[in-house]
Write a new protein. Structure first.
Length: 277
């Protein structure tokens, strides 16, 4: 049985009215993020069978074939008209320790347009000094990206997404973000936690020439119809979402992206026992 997911819409101060138009969403504020697939409490997608019968989130989590505290992936469509905040996400250990969360937030951006990002590979002490001396911008390097580039953002790297940029984001299912600078917008900052979370890790955008493989997820780009076996999330060209449960298969005529779990999940969470075993 294949599951379908309906998106959740998130207005943002840097949002893009084109997302409102694309999805027919009437909102006083522009939509910045379309959560195409989410199992986060308070932001859950609604799920159904292909015939339209409602499906509980617990059944969708079970479809992974793993014993998990929540659905493992969060998939977003993002489009910007201004800079996002300068921010950092915690790794798995820190998220558990500080937030009592099951995991942190490692993510990847597949760019749907040209654009820009700012990246900072610094230590906690360097971040503290930059904030105290008002030299944070010196710690960030602005990088231009092109359509069809991929940028893996490991937890701990300081980053900000630039204006006029559209992308597909795949990440661990987490909403933990520590902002350190927000361009004058009156939103809370999380300096102390950010200093603990930031790490001198490095990353850079790559041209996509095949499948994308990270510890937390993989992304495949079929060039024609594809038979999808086992647990996978299939994103169609119109951004609709299909979930193929573990142990089942489905042929898709025009799949755009096929997302699967990376090895980290199988190394850290037990597999469900099949009936009769």
């Amino acid at each position: 049985m294949i599951f379908k997911a309906r998106p959740v819409f998130s207005p943002r101060p840097w949002g893009d009215p084109r997302l409102n138009e694309l999805f027919g969403v009437e909102s006083d504020r522009p939509i910045g993020e379309v959560w195409l697939l989410s199992g986060l409490e308070g932001h859950e997608s609604s799920f159904s069978t292909e015939a339209g019968q409602p499906v509980e989130l617990t059944e969708v989590v079970s479809a992974t074939g793993l014993i998990l505290p929540r659905f493992p992936l969060l998939i977003k469509l993002i489009s910007t008209t201004d800079w996002l905040s300068v921010q950092v996400h915690p790794n798995d250990d820190l998220a558990t320790r500080l937030e009592n969360e099951p995991w942190g937030k490692n993510e990847g951006w597949y760019f749907l347009s040209d654009g820009s990002v700012a990246l900072g590979s610094i230590t906690g002490d360097e971040l503290k000094e930059a904030l105290e001396t008002n030299t944070l911008r010196n710690a960030l390097k602005t990088v231009n990206v092109s359509k069809n580039d991929f940028l893996y953002l490991p937890a701990g790297i300081l980053h900000a997404l630039g204006p006029g940029t559209s992308l597909l984001e795949v990440q661990q299912s987490s909403d933990i973000t520590y902002r350190v600078f927000d361009w004058g917008r009156p939103r809370p900052l999380h300096i102390e936690k950010a200093i603990l979370a930031v790490k001198p890790v490095k990353t850079s955008p790559k041209k996509v020439s095949g499948n994308i493989v990270t510890p937390y997820f993989t992304m495949e780009f079929p060039k024609s119809s594809a038979r999808v076996d086992g647990f996978a999330v299939v994103i169609e060209e119109d951004y609709s979402i299909c979930i193929v449960p573990c142990g089942e298969s489905q042929t898709f005529e025009k799949p755009w992206v096929v997302v699967r779990l990376g090895h980290w999940w199988y190394e850290n969470f037990p597999t469900k026992r099949r009936k009769g075993l």
